[in-house]
Design a protein around this ligand. Sequence first.
Ligand code: SAM
Length: 221
Amino acid sequence: MTKRGFGTNFHKVYGSSPETYHTFSSAERFSLRLGKRIQELSSSGVLLDIACGTGHKTNLLSKSFEKVFALDYSAPLLTLARQKYGRNKKLNFLGSTATHIPLLDESVDTALVTWGSFPLSQTLREIKRVLKVGGSALRIGACVEDEFTALFPSFDIKRINRINKTFISQGFVIEHHEVIIHFKNLKEAKEILNKIVGVSKESITKTVFKHKVALCYYKRT
Ligand SMILES: C[S@@+](CC[C@H](N)C(=O)[O-])C[C@H]1O[C@@H](n2cnc3c(N)ncnc32)[C@H](O)[C@@H]1O
């Protein structure tokens, strides 16, 4: 049987401690190469960030777009996102599931997913529905066991491969990149990884984790 979040506590923390999730999300840094590729592959105009969480990446990426929709189905995460980034007038928050995106057909230039996990085929259908012709979809997710995913209690590479193959079968191209998870200090690394991943504090002895990711991208023709 597949374990939700590979046995981690991510989904529990979204409701019980959104600030904890925000600290984790803020520690994630795209490599320069990945950041550059996201810029190159995006179509400027309207960005839809699906499963935006607390909006850390949405806010950073908003500079390159005219209007941004930040969608998530977690009310606590979206409340925190509004508190953190509500002053950014480009951002429009949508409390909704990814499987029913409350936007018109062909209204989005770039759809982005960073580490969202949801019913894939319905979500991909929705992404293709809302994308304009010429628009781009980008998704970042795990692709191998690495020093971060090795911390997960039930990391399942076969499941990851199935997910990435689904993107390929839907016309996405995959590139491999790196994200650095960089905590401020050892205390923060221990606390956050203990709460979110469920590992013991004693087992965490460093502040930087290299996370190998797949960047899947698609251009609507
Ligand atoms: C690992 S977090 C990623 C958050 C954000 N993209 C980031 O990079 O920090 C996964 C997010 O997916 C959201 N999520 C999961 N299933 C969803 C669904 N069916 N519809 C919308 N959001 C969903 C969760 O609420 C959570 O915010």
